[in-house]
Design a protein around this ligand. Structure first.
Ligand SMILES: Cc1cc2nc3c(=O)[nH]c(=O)nc-3n(C[C@H](O)[C@H](O)[C@H](O)COP(=O)(O)OP(=O)(O)OC[C@H]3O[C@@H](n4cnc5c(N)ncnc54)[C@H](O)[C@@H]3O)c2cc1C
Length: 379
């Protein structure tokens, strides 16, 4: 069974590392980078240049999966073809699509052209270089940073940047820059319960971050953003760097006449994570629209991408052996948000669907533990 795995993120890599050399299975992973990116730690790379990648070749050793470093241009499910940017066309018996998501700029005028994102290593490098430039003695321009979107990514980024700015400020004798966190909704971190959110908000305030909730970003230029309150009042904020973390959408790279897409362009899948109408095609991670036990969309997180990948890896082995596939039953083990340095807030799941709220250093350790678990699962 000729099997292609597209993407070596949390979902794709979990598939590959579940596989093993098996008679009748020929597996090839196609990934544009020679490495896996720990996307959940990109904010650390943006602030501190932390290493957040791992080379793929050693990770695939012993799995029987070959690696093709190439960029996918288009996937045609009706013709069972994967077209690569270099013009080559690959065919398959079974396909795993795990190409992740892209930033959604919601057609806000000037935003896509002028804002940085935080989706890949080069984005983190761009932000890191700006911060370093802003703290060099000959820097003349505006040093302030505006981050749009107060979800997980935005909050983790601003706290990490604030921490870095305090450090550089002490080291180089310059005042820290202003950081503005702009959010159209009424609160930061809507995924968290009230108590944890209040704790997170307090931490942001202690860092001196300007929290502008209820402010819709209306327009961006190279060095300004225009924001508007619910009452229609507009303000212009000047900035040296604008970063947008306010939304994502599935990568739009797959076509098929029977394909069903849902919110955010995510591809609807059945209970075995196969694209509806295409039983040989698994769509997992941020690209797939899987439903939980209550019929609600599973969140686009690394945690769920990894779970889906591990199940799909097992199901591919079952397909090769002619066995029944196992259905997907998502579980959310907890959620943790890092708030710079050793501070974090979050919760972990307890028996009988209870949640244990955790803040401070222990929450930081819990967040790190989930990253170590991921690291151990792909080794
Ligand atoms: C800063 C930040 C913090 C986050 N924090 C958390 C967190 O704390 N907890 C959590 O659960 N989730 C978190 N997330 C979300 C999480 O990272 C995503 O949900 C997860 O990465 C989705 O996994 P995936 O495998 O679908 O996609 P990805 O991990 O994005 O992988 C997609 C892969 O496909 C490759 N690719 C893309 N296009 C092509 C192409 N055309 N050709 C070849 N290869 C291609 C990419 O290089 C990449 O390796 C965070 C995200 C960000 C940005």
């Amino acid at each position: 069974m000729k099997t292609l795995i597209l993407g070596a993120g949390y979902a794709g890599l979990a598939v590959a590392t579940k596989l093993k050399p098996t008679p009748g299975l020929e597996a090839l992973m196609v990934e544009q980078n020679a490495y896996h990116t720990f996307e959940t730690r990109l904010h650390e790379a943006a602030a501190h240049n932390t290493r957040v990648t791992l080379p793929l070749t050693p990770l695939l050793r012993g799995t029987g999966v070959a690696l093709e470093q190439a960029q996918v241009d288009h996937v045609n499910l009706d013709d069972r073809e994967v077209k690569l940017k270099d013009g080559r066309v690959l065919t398959y018996d079974a396909l795993v699509v795990a190409l992740g998501s892209v930033t959604n700029f919601y057609r806000i005028p000037g935003l896509a052209e002028n804002a940085a994102e935080l989706k890949q290593l080069s984005d983190a490098d761009e932000i890191f270089n700006f911060v370093n430039r802003a703290f060099s003695s000959d820097y003349q321009g505006n040093r302030d940073i505006v981050v749009g979107g107060a979800g997980l990514t935005g909050v983790e980024l601003v706290t990490e940047l604030a921490q870095r700015a305090q450090l550089l400020s002490k080291e180089r004798g310059l005042p820290p820059f202003n950081i503005y966190l702009v959010e159209a909704g009424p609160k930061i971190l809507p995924i968290l319960d009230e108590g944890l959110r209040a704790k997170a908000q307090k931490t942001l305030e202690e860092y001196g971050i300007h929290i502008l909730v209820g402010h819709r970003l209306m327009q961006a230029t190279a060095d300004t953003v225009t924001v508007q309150t619910a009452s229609g009042e507009q303000k212009i904020i000047e900035a040296g760097k604008i970063i947008w973390t306010g939304g994502i959408q599935a990568r739009d790279i797959v076509s098929g006449s029977k394909l069903e897409k849902g919110p955010g362009g995510r591809i609807a899948v059945d209970d075995k994570l196969r694209a509806k109408g295409y039983p040989e095609v698994f769509v997992i991670g941020d690209m797939g629209l899987a439903l939980n036990q209550d019929g609600k969309p599973v969140p686009t997180t690394a945690q769920h991408a990894g779970q889906q990948g591990r199940l799909t890896g097992k199901n591919i082995l079952r397909m090769v052996r002619g066995e029944e596939l196992e259905p997907y039953e998502p579980t959310t083990l907890g959620e943790f948000v890092s708030l710079g340095g050793l501070m974090a807030v979050g919760w972990m799941k307890l028996p009988w669907n209870q949640k244990l709220a955790i803040t401070g250093g222990i929450a930081h350790v819990m967040k790190r533990a989930s990253e170590w678990r991921w690291r151990a699962s792909i080794d």
